[in-house]
Design a protein around this ligand. Sequence first.
Ligand code: PLP
Length: 375
Amino acid sequence: MERIPVAGPWITQKEIDYVTDAVTNAWYGNANMYNDRFEKAFAQYIGTKYAIALPSCTSAIHLSLAALGVGPSDEVIVPDLTWIASAAPVSYVGATPVFADVDEKTWCISAEALEKLITSRTKAVIAVDLYGGMPDLDAIVEVAKRHGIAVIEDAAEALGSEHKGRRCGSFGDAGGFSFHGSKTLTTGEGGMLVTDDEEIYRRCLFLRDHGRNPGDVMFYNTEVAFKYKMSSMQAALGLAQLERVDELVEKKRQIFSWYEQELLGIDGISLNFELPGTKNSYWMATVVLDKKLGIKKDHLMQLLLERGIDSRPFFHPLSSIPAYKHLEQAKEARERNATSYSISPYGINLPCSLNMTEEQAKYVSEALKIILYDR
Ligand SMILES: Cc1ncc(COP(=O)(O)O)c(C=O)c1O
């Protein structure tokens, strides 16, 4: 039986042509031509002034924190339910992550949880657009402004999502995107930082090139910094994908609609939520089971796998995993974050690769219904 993969890209002749051109011609005086085009087109798509192509979204978050001057003795608030990449850069700059609870419906950080955790040491919040869904960013930005803290929007999973007509990634002081092979738009590995703030932009350009300003031909480093660049071959792939972004996002929404037709309203199943006024790009169609069904995520994943279906577990609360478990902040979060701890054990991501067919979505949905109700 052929396995149905959980994620994967949609590559056409356009991508092959652009990468072939880059590997052939993007050298010497043309070395930056695809990076420049990709960055300009990306900033235009998101609606920000600036975009910087990077090796990953992790590096975008790291650079954002560094450019904002976050460092030792500072606290940064992150949602408890997210991939570790949202929080790990907080440790890279020597600051302390503080894990906030999420909203029951959006599965994203709630403004109320954020506000309760702000102290005199808080420097920033990292708001994550989980699985393509968006938190109430208006409320989050309002709380952050009132308390004088920065907002970094981790839009790694959400390219194409919108809130009141404004594209995700553009809500905070800086935003980050991932182009990992599993993402809606891929460059294999890769990422992008976006911002409207010229100071952050210039500082990031300096920090991402070993403390060297763009155009410095004397190789004269004035600070110890980082090396975060994207190759022209990746940028060419990214540009080709970006020129097809509407059809990539539409396919994700179509896959979700296939699942919705089969699963919406079934007792005990919750699906991704679309906050009024937002457009969810549904990177990962996700189901959260009612506790009363008595099936946890690892068991469900195993039962699906026996039917040839790949899936992923809903992220574990960061405060529960070995990487953070020992921290005082994690202990407090475990006692406090009831919603994160009630969702995570019962959630899985369903197959959502961009080559998925309606027939496969029906097969997955049927398998899920049989597992839940006809075992
Ligand atoms: C929510 C979230 N943030 C950050 C990242 C990091 O992205 P990258 O793998 O490009 O560093 C990911 C990657 O999957 C993610 O899901």
